[in-house]
Write a protein that binds this ligand. Sequence first.
Ligand code: FAD
Length: 451
Amino acid sequence: MPIISSTLTDILVTGAGPAGCTVAVGLRRLGYRVTLVHAPRPWPSCEGISARTLRGLESAGLPHAAMSVLPASARRVEWNGEANAANTEHLVLRQEFDAALLEDARAADVTLVPGRVRNIDYAHTDGPLVTVDTAGGKVQRLSCRFLVEARGRTAPGTGADQLRGPETVGLMQLRRGPPGNPGTLVSSFANGWAWLASTAQGLYFVQLSVCADSRELPGRAELNAWFDRQLCDIPSLQAWQRHSEPGADVIARGSTSILQGQLVTANSLRVGDAAMAVDPLSGNGIFQSLSCALVAPAVINTLLQKPADRALATGFYTDRVRHTFLRFARMGRDFYRMEARWQDNDFWRRRQGWPDQEAAHGDIAPTLLGIENRPVVSGKIIRPQSVAVTSDQPLGVWHVGGIELAPLLQDLPAAPDLRRLALSSRLAETCGSDATAKTMLEAWLRRYRLM
Ligand SMILES: Cc1cc2nc3c(=O)[nH]c(=O)nc-3n(C[C@H](O)[C@H](O)[C@H](O)COP(=O)(O)OP(=O)(O)OC[C@H]3O[C@@H](n4cnc5c(N)ncnc54)[C@H](O)[C@@H]3O)c2cc1C
């Protein structure tokens, strides 16, 4: 087999989803030479994102990806026998979206290597050595100073120290039907829940989330017929079954919540779903991948440029990913708990108790716990900083409205009247004529009942 010689790059990113592309673009901005190995998603799929995630794509330097997202359409939820149509979501056709992400990486001067990663040797003397199967049966070997693992859920796991939710699979089918009003529907049923999406062009996507270890799931050969029977049997899906025809085979995507164990080593870091993959019911996978990948360049830069701060940067990243994972796992659990009709059913019983019994949003009345030194992203690096630690933001809040909280909150009088007076005069002094910052700070202080 022809082997193309090793090429040395500063940073090699494996996987070009939202996490891999965001981190690659961020590292280029810090001046690193970045190589991105990418293999396309082999099947058509569709996902939904919020307006906030769309803004996140724009601010992450991914304008092509943001432009590929469809306009907001109505989102209907049928859960626990009740219907709600208050929200909207933006549909993302993943193959188009992923191609646009690559455009963004190319525009940022990231070196793109098409091919499928076969193996990574982390112990190689020149730094991680990646073996890639490229077109025409050729093998390419790439070595780097630092490797970013961004192959999503298909990245090899870190093993025993993972945190794993109930085993779940998302079964999805592309269907075709008459063009019409685009929109989505989330609907619960006895053995799981469904997400359905239709575009103005008549593409219909139907996704069922069910127990991956259910004995009722058939083998590959019977999957299309089984899927069609579910659409006929589940009342809320019947209209979709009648109005659309299968346009492709049913595909199965693992969607178990997984937090990987070791996220950072001396020469590698995991981002996006390769670090933590959440249950799609929280509907925020792309958002979480972005938020994890936006801080990763500063973490990597600290590991490479300030090795003395390695523990600080590693702790910052690991705590942040874990905190986000648990927060969304608990939000998902609370959404499962809102469905009371099938609590004895295995699917619902297992998800209504995982990951634990802790509240998702911290205290009902959030409180300020104190001012502490915590790691923060400061420009290109991670460094310690005085931040306000609260019951719902235990990792700390540094700024509100661009103003540092710690100096404002340090050594406040205990008596409420005196505290309010002190805060008013500090606000006037700190904010000056910046009315927006003052309004944001006052709202924050009221939320923590400090004013
Ligand atoms: C069933 C299901 C439904 C979902 N619905 C939603 C939703 O509605 N909204 C939402 O926000 N999120 C949703 N998600 C989550 C979302 O898909 C992920 O959180 C997000 O795409 C993660 O981004 P990523 O960059 O980490 O990984 P991915 O987007 O998975 O990107 C990984 C990339 O690596 C590539 N790759 C894999 N193996 C290799 C290899 N060996 N060599 C080279 N490249 C490789 C893949 O082709 C892919 O391009 C859903 C997930 C599932 C499973």
